[in-house]
Design a protein around this ligand. Structure first.
Ligand SMILES: Cc1cc2nc3c(=O)[nH]c(=O)nc-3n(C[C@H](O)[C@H](O)[C@H](O)COP(=O)(O)OP(=O)(O)OC[C@H]3O[C@@H](n4cnc5c(N)ncnc54)[C@H](O)[C@@H]3O)c2cc1C
Length: 543
């Protein structure tokens, strides 16, 4: 049986950072175990390739969620990356850290060491900013290249200028002093190619003799002896075996699978585990609870001119046919699009401050602007031109769960987002759709505005918009919180060590430890968690 000092489960946003930092010491052996395969594919590397990744089982778990009570019992696909890089191999590459008050809120909830002032240097350490943004907020020496979109479509400028109609200024740095306003998003790319956590943190060091990377290896559960993990049970090519850990097991399998592995190991709600025939090792009722995610829906408009990305007679030669050549020669053109090129943050009339006592409310919605046509949600490809604004609830109050399915396998999960369980989330998204419409009604769009396809002209009252949302709203792919850190009874990991309560040498280091969802896209916060978690391991090892 093979043994390593550290076993890291999952080569995703956080796991790759941990693998890099731990294997920097040649005296320790590190095994990074990944259920998926490699991610060296044009679909991954070329930004526009994303559309070939969603739902593609080679790269995406494409879980199916449970029927959503408050969304007309619809089930939705829960996309999660399955490859070296994890979800950063299939995501939209938008680089957002969240609102400063999010992290101060974590600290107020008892997570000592996680305030904005604590995490800012960590974000800066990881970042190699190529946009010459302020050194107060940005780092330039890290491994993660962050830059402006390579070749944003001109209609993004129309969108940004249109913000004035809704009182929204242009914002050139959403990770700077304020989130408010509209702008072109920063992305994790380098010269027009995707930068994943694997390409940034593991690929450059994978020749280290002390770093073993196992792909196509699915971790099923922990091997426990009392309060110590001796290793993990894995399945690879149809065979199960154990891999042993001399020092620690680190779970970085993400918000859906990290709790699954704990539950399958008997760590979770005692009564629920026993009902599934699993002997409880640690009664930890918070495992799999506290699931939070951004929910969004869209306003989409047809363009009267071929003024956006789209396939038509007018665009065929200059843009579609020439796209591969432009990309190969100049890293320009439509293949550089990540589809959500611009966006921003706004306050609805319901916005409130995340910081108690502060007079200033924080944005409560985020926009993702896509310069291409969709007649309705779910369509992957349509001929013609248009543009859409996706709007999401930034700090949702609804909470869901990840539980083991009752099929006896202890592998399948029931993912219940419980979206819209809290009425306030419904109201915020109704207001968000109105705000998106306000922007799109600006005279800036007069030259190209065609018919609004969705929600459509017949949907106007709050009740009609809410009905539309129940029919169409979906995840923005940011699930967090199912192994939350904290000091209350439902906390799963300790904020100062990220160790699972009741176990001596198992940590969870990934998006699942967030006690509350941050106001923005979650991959760079997950990398920040990876860096902080690795620092905790290294500082304990050096004492
Ligand atoms: C479609 C999509 C679009 C997104 N767009 C953006 C965006 O534009 N910007 C942004 O900031 N964020 C975005 N996100 C979110 C972001 O990518 C995630 O929040 C982040 O990657 C989570 O990091 P993580 O380390 O917790 O998990 P992940 O990055 O998901 O990594 C988990 C890893 O663990 C592996 N794993 C799981 N189970 C096992 C097991 N049993 N054994 C071994 N390995 C296992 C997985 O295969 C995966 O590699 C998007 C996500 C998706 C899915």
């Amino acid at each position: 049986m093979k043994a390593y000092d550290y076993i890291i489960v999952g080569a995703g946003a956080a796991g790759c950072v941990v693998a890099n930092r731990l294997s920097a010491d040649p005296k320790v052996s590190v095994c990074l175990i990944e259920a998926g395969g490699d991610s060296n594919s044009p679909w991954v590397n070329i930004p526009a390739g994303i559309f070939g990744l969603y739902g593609n089982k080679k790269y995406d778990y494409a879980f199916e969620g449970t029927p959503q009570t408050h969304l007309h019992n619809r089930k939705m696909m829960v996309n999660r990356g399955k490859a070296l890089g994890g979800s950063t191999a299939i995501n939209s590459m938008v680089y957002i850290r969240g609102n400063q008050n999010d992290y101060d809120g974590w600290e107020r909830q008892g997570c000592k060491g996680w305030s904005y002032q604590d995490v800012l240097p960590v974000f800066k350490k990881l970042e190699a900013n190529k946009s010459h943004q302020s050194a107060e907020y940005h780092g330039f020496e890290g491994e993660l290249t962050v830059t402006k979109q390579q070749d944003p479509h001109s209609v993004c400028n129309t969108f940004i200028k249109a913000g004035a109609a809704a009182g929204l200024p242009e914002n050139t740095d959403f990770n700077g002093a304020s989130q408010l306003g509209l702008g072109v998003y920063d992305v994790k790319q380098n010269e027009g190619q995707r930068v994943s956590s694997y390409s940034a943190f593991v690929k450059p060091v994978q020749s280290r003799a002390n770093l073993t990377i196992l792909t196509h290896t699915d971790v099923l559960s922990l091997v426990l002896a009392g309060d110590l993990a001796k290793g993990v049970n894995v399945e690879s090519e149809g065979k199960t075996q154990q891999i042993l850990a001399n020092k620690e097991v680190i779970l970085s399998a993400g918000t859906i699978v990290s709790p699954r592995i704990l539950l399958a190991s008997g760590i979770g709600n005692k009564a629920e585990l026993e009902a599934l025939g699993i002997e409880c090792q640690v009664d930890l009722p918070g495992v799999g609870e506290n699931l939070q995610d951004h929910i969004d829906s869209m306003v989409t408009v047809r363009a009267t001119a071929p003024a956006t990305i789209g396939v038509s007679l007018a665009s065929l030669l200059p843009h579609v046919v020439l796209a591969p050549i432009k990309y190969a020669l100049q890293r320009k053109g439509w293949l550089t699009t990540n589809y959500v090129e611009a966006g921003g943050f706004a306050k609805t009339k319901l916005a409130e401050t995340a910081e108690p006592g502060s007079a200033e409310a924080d944005p409560d919605i985020q926009f993702h602007f896509t310069p291409l046509y969709r007649s309705h949600r779910g369509k992957k490809f349509e001929f013609g031109h248009g543009y859409s604004v996706f709007t999401c609830v930034l700090r949702p109050r609804s909470k869901g769960t990840v539980k083991l399915a009752q099929d006896g396998t202890h592998r399948n999960v029931l993912i219940d987002h419980n979206f819209f369980a809290d009425e306030r989330d419904q109201q915020v998204l109704v207001e968000g759709i109105k705000k998106a419409r306000e922007i799109l009604a600006s005279p800036e769009f007069d030259g190209i505005r065609g018919e609004e396809m969705a929600p459509g002209k017949d949907i106007q009252t709050d009740a009609e918009i809410l009905h539309y949302l129940r029919e169409t709203a979906s995840t923005v792919y940011h699930p967090v919180g199912t192994c939350k850190m904290g000091i209350d009874d439902m906390a799963v990991v300790d904020p100062e060590s990220l160790k699972v309560k009741g176990l001596k040498n198992v940590r969870v280091i990934d998006a699942s430890i967030m006690p509350a969802l941050i106001s923005g896209n979650t991959s760079s916060p997950s990398m920040m968690i990876g860096e902080k978690g690795a620092q905790m391991i290294l500082s304990e090892a050096s004492n």
